[in-house]
Design a protein around this ligand. Structure first.
Ligand code: ARG
Length: 406
């Protein structure tokens, strides 16, 4: 009997030929595992294709809600934007897929898992590290990384072995999508100065085609997690999808980034992440409103670290668990509603309410109801400036580098 391997299967040409390669060249019985994170593919069709390609078993996992709740939302609590720009949509799906590969491996008694990543991207790192983090005993096989099979070779191989090539028209771009966002690479976009053509986008309108009236939406949060849109409670995945449609209609979430890959390459990446961009904008605002300034500042630094660890594949690590503990505590009272205006590609917060807003009108007002003790400020400044005062006294006056030297 052959040993078993679980392959992360997308239903496309590349992973279909991998089924055959893994069974003939690597001598495995191949179990295909497809994890649905919202890439709008037909699971039935995928299962049929996997069997036709030679899989001994197929696992189709509906994971949209799990992805939203356990991956996108913690990333949202961390306001996770890689290099302050990219909401990590592709990066977040890899540990989830790996988790299901490991589960399928246990179920089928497999000794290895396989994925179709090349040696040039971040995804291989994420699949490998997530798998190792969860199941150090499983072997990882990545034939594409070992062999660098070109598209022409793949088509030739498929024809030779009677593997059906997908009937869908091949996009001129390399696209990865899930409910948190859509990444678009390759083709003409490889020229960093090429304005992204409209055919690169599927979820967002251009600002020209977006409605001339803004869209206004109220996003409800509880403990830093979105729970409702305009007062209507929604499940995590449903909320993301509904908001994605609305923000996308208004052209929100297009991103063009010269990105630093973990593997060293600088690449030009385009994204459409309408829901992620809107939710992060709203969440950041509500955090500002409801948390202490000092912890807010620490968190801004940790948020960048959190984004990096997602990008670099360390989701299943004690590092993420520790940062998550901080975020959960910090978000305990990040509850309320944020009003966002979506208009011609822009996403702006225009109002917020919360039972826990650390805002006291009697303290902040410039009006007649001012209850702030102005005289207390004098003592405060005295203490804050104590050392500066001593220094200035010792050195005979001001430290003024803006004065012209005589
Ligand atoms: N550059 C992005 C990232 O590393 C997008 C990757 C998309 N993956 C893909 N196989 N097309 O997260």
């Amino acid at each position: 009997m052959k040993p078993k391997i679980v392959l992360a299967y997308s239903g496309g040409l590349d992973t279909s030929i991998l089924v055959r390669i893994l069974s003939t060249d690597y001598n495995y019985d191949v179990v295909c595992c497809h994890v649905d994170v919202g890439e709008a593919r037909d699971p039935e069709y995928i299962a049929t294709r996997a069997r036709k390609a030679g899989a001994v078993a197929v696992e189709i996992v509906s994971a949209q809600e799990e992805f939203a709740k356990d991956f996108c939302f913690p990333a949202l609590q961390a306001n996770a934007l890689y290099e302050n720009i990219y909401p990590l949509s592709a990066a977040l799906s890899r540990p989830l897929i790996s988790k299901h590969l490991v589960q399928a491996a246990r179920k089928h008694g497999a000794s290895a898992v396989a994925h179709g990543s090349t040696g040039k991207g971040n995804d291989q790192v994420r699949f490998d590290l997530a798998t190792k983090g969860l199941a150090p005993d499983l072997k990882i096989v990545a034939p594409q990384r070992e062999r660098n099979i070109t598209r022409d070779e793949a088509i030739e191989y498929a024809a030779k072995h009677g593997i059906e090539v997908p009937t869908t028209k091949k996009s001129p771009y390399s696209v990865d999508e899930n409910i948190w966002g859509r990444s678009i690479e390759g083709g003409v976009l490889e020229d960093p100065n090429q304005v992204p053509p409209e055919d690169a986008f599927a979820w967002t309108k251009s600002w020209q085609d977006a409605p001339n009236e803004p869209g206004i939406v109220k996003i409800g949060f509880e403990a830093g997690l979105p729970v409702s849109l305009d007062g209507k409670a929604l499940s995590p995945a449903a909320l993301i999808k509904q908001l994605s449609a609305l923000a996308g209609l208004h052209g929100v979430g297009r991103i063009d980034l010269m990105e630093n890959r973990f593997v060293g390459i600088k690449s030009r990446e385009n994204y459409e992440c309408p829901a992620a961009v809107t939710l992060i904008t709203a969440h950041k605002d509500l955090e500002r409103f409801t948390t202490l300034g000092m912890s807010h500042k620490v968190k801004a630094t940790l948020d960048q670290k959190y984004a990096e660890l997602i990008y670099e594949g360390f989701w299943f690590s004690p590092y993420r668990a520790a940062l998550q503990a901080f975020n959960d505590e910090h978000n305990k009272f990040v509850t309320g509603e944020v009003t966002v205006r979506l208009f011609k590609g822009a996403c702006q917060v225009i109002g917020r309410t919360s039972p826990f807003g650390i805002y006291n009108l009697a303290m902040s007002t410039y009006g007649v109801d001012d209850k702030f003790d102005h005289r207390a400020a004098e003592g405060f400044i005295k203490l804050v400036g104590l050392q500066l005062y001593e220094y200035s006294r010792l050195h005979g006056g001001a430290v003024d580098t803006t004065t012209e030297k005589a």
